[in-house]
Ligand binder design. Structure first.
Ligand code: BES
Ligand code: MN
Ligand code: ZN
Length: 503
């Protein structure tokens, strides 16, 4: 299996070539990017000249439109040493952002990775910002990796080498490290839940920590009991695989004098339900089929922490991932059970399929004890969030608007779409318990993404906190131009960007 973050420059084969002329480079393929509305100027115009006006003729004929993710291979193009020229559409120039570049580059490399390619040249345009170049580099490295971890004959093969022309060494290196993080999260999500359960996830986390220099702490069942993490334990009780809590630490800033506030700058919290059957409130098969993805928030936070460490960002981070398997075994938690969460809140269980918020309740309380300046969590929490925002947009919820704005800005700058939903106090009524403090579902199904967030809010105290519901974007049920489907690595890029925003 792929070892992300291992000996980067020698094995990944991604190289920056600032001064080379793409037309004179031997390669299996040369990839250039075209926006709508014609050739214009920049790298694509240079390529048009090199090919004796081939590209402008094809644009005039309507064969090349520059529409988003259009991917047109041109064989035996005149004036080039490469075997083929792939023209990828970016859509309207004024709409161009990092997300479009990530997906467009991934579209090209996904297409080319259907066969073995020794050498692929990608041409960055001079008008792109360094963030945009990074995301294009990352997209190209993510697109050539498929989801078929277990298929005997893989559908995608990584390129022998990728050469980026017109991009700085630093941007290419950072983009490659970011891609490693995204691919790590994707691999964990795509792994069979028979192979990835709380214990093996925690072992993966320890291995990643070893490769990237993170400090790691793993709480097993005994420790969870000792720490009164009854909500995590309740969710895990129906499974033969015991829960775990993984805590990762990264110190990018040693000994900063900050008086009493010596806690981490950011706590990254992830939902790691390695399989969600729904428990006794059993899911129908159609909804259960993708539920190996229910640890995607945890995978994203592990991958983000590893990437932040690899990039040596000047920040102190803690990541905490609550791991449990939600099953129906004879000891399974039941409807009507009352759980005393770690912070003392009593919770009535009205639906065992609303398990993510129970796991997070204890993780958030553990993290709160570490006194972070801010908390952000990622969780595949509610189908209701997908009803609200669709499959590609994550929901944001917060108790602190400036912190939510920072999370939203980071996500957008990295090219990951997010949208905030309200947290009016009136929603608190919906989760009031009859015999205990709160219940784990709202009254009826309306506003389900918000009532779930309102539940989480009870466990963060006064610390600025933003919750990201990634039920939609974490997993692609169908292939798209830029991915074969499966785990997407949602929020890895956003969290890395968040760690780069000053204060
Ligand atoms: N893991 C699911 C949410 C989910 C749904 C993630 C679809 C990804 C795709 C979560 O644990 C869940 O089952 N939520 C319930 C909550 C309900 C019982 C209040 C839901 O959304 O139906
Ligand atoms: Mn569930
Ligand atoms: Zn779940």
């Amino acid at each position: 299996m792929a070892d992300e973050f291992s000996a980067l420059r020698t094995t990944n084969g991604i190289i920056a070539e600032q001064s080379a002329r793409p037309e004179s480079m031997r390669a299996d393929a040369l990839v250039v990017f075209l926006t709508e509305g014609g050739i214009g100027s920049g790298a694509i115009a240079t390529m048009d000249t090199s090919t004796g006006g081939l590209l402008s003729r094809l644009v005039a004929d309507g064969e090349l439109t520059g529409k988003r993710y259009e991917c047109v291979p041109l064989f035996a193009a005149p004036g080039l040493q490469a075997s083929q020229l792939v023209v990828v559409g970016l859509g309207k120039r004024e709409d161009l952002d990092a997300g479009t570049l990530f997906r467009a580059a991934a579209t090209a490399s996904r297409h080319l990775a259907s066969r073995l390619r020794t050498r692929v040249v990608m041409v960055a345009d001079g008008s792109w910002t360094s963030r945009q170049i990074e995301q294009a580099v990352a997209g190209a490295a993510v697109g050539m990796v498929g989801q078929d971890l277990y298929r005997t004959e893989k559908k995608r093969t990584r390129f022998g080498s990728t050469i980026w022309v017109g991009a700085s060494f630093e941007a290419v290196e950072r983009g490659t490290i970011i891609a490693d993080g995204v691919n790590l999260a994707r691999r964990l999500v795509n792994t069979s839940p028979e192979d990835l359960y709380p214990q093996t996830f925690s072992e993966e986390a320890a291995a990643v920590a070893g490769r990237t220099g993170l400090e790691v702490e793993i709480w097993d069942e005994k420790r969870l009991l000792h720490e009164r993490c009854n909500a995590i334990l309740a969710v895990g009780r129906g499974s033969s695989r015991a829960p775990r809590l993984v805590i990762l630490r990264y110190q990018g800033l040693e000994n900063r004098p900050r008086g009493e506030e010596s806690g981490p700058d950011i706590a990254l919290v992830g939902k790691g339900v390695t399989f969600d059957s729904g428990g006794l409130s059993l899911k129908p098969s159609d909804s259960m089929i993708t539920m190996k993805c229910d640890m995607a928030g945890g995978a994203a936070m592990l991958a983000a922490a590893a990437t932040i460490a690899k990039l040596k960002l000047p920040i102190n981070i803690v990541a905490a991932i609550g791991l449990a398997e939600n099953m129906t075994g004879s000891a399974a938690y039941k409807l009507g059970d009352v759980i005393t969460a770690r912070n003392g809140t009593t919770i009535e269980v009205h639906n065992t399929d609303a398990e993510g918020r129970l796991v997070l309740a204890d993780v958030l309380d553990v993290v709160r004890g570490l006194k972070p300046r801010r908390i952000v969590d990622a969780a595949t929490l509610t189908g209701a969030c997908m009803v609200a925002l669709g499959c590609d947009v994550a929901g944001l919820f917060t108790n602190n608007q400036p912190w939510c704005d920072a999370v939203a800005a980071a996500a957008r700058s990295a090219g990951e779409p997010v949208w905030q939903l309200p947290m009016y106090a009136d929603y608190d009524e919906h989760i009031r318990g009859d015999i205990a403090d709160i219940k784990n579902v709202g009254d009826g199904r309306w506003g389900g993404a918000i009532t779930a967030a309102k539940f989480l809010e009870r466990f963060v105290g006064e610390i600025p906190w933003t919750h990201i519901d990634i039920a939609g974007p974490a997993f692609a049920e169908k292939p798209r131009p830029w991915t074969d489907g499966g785990g997407t690595g949602a929020m890895v890029r956003a969290m890395v960007e968040l760690a780069r925003i000053p204060e």
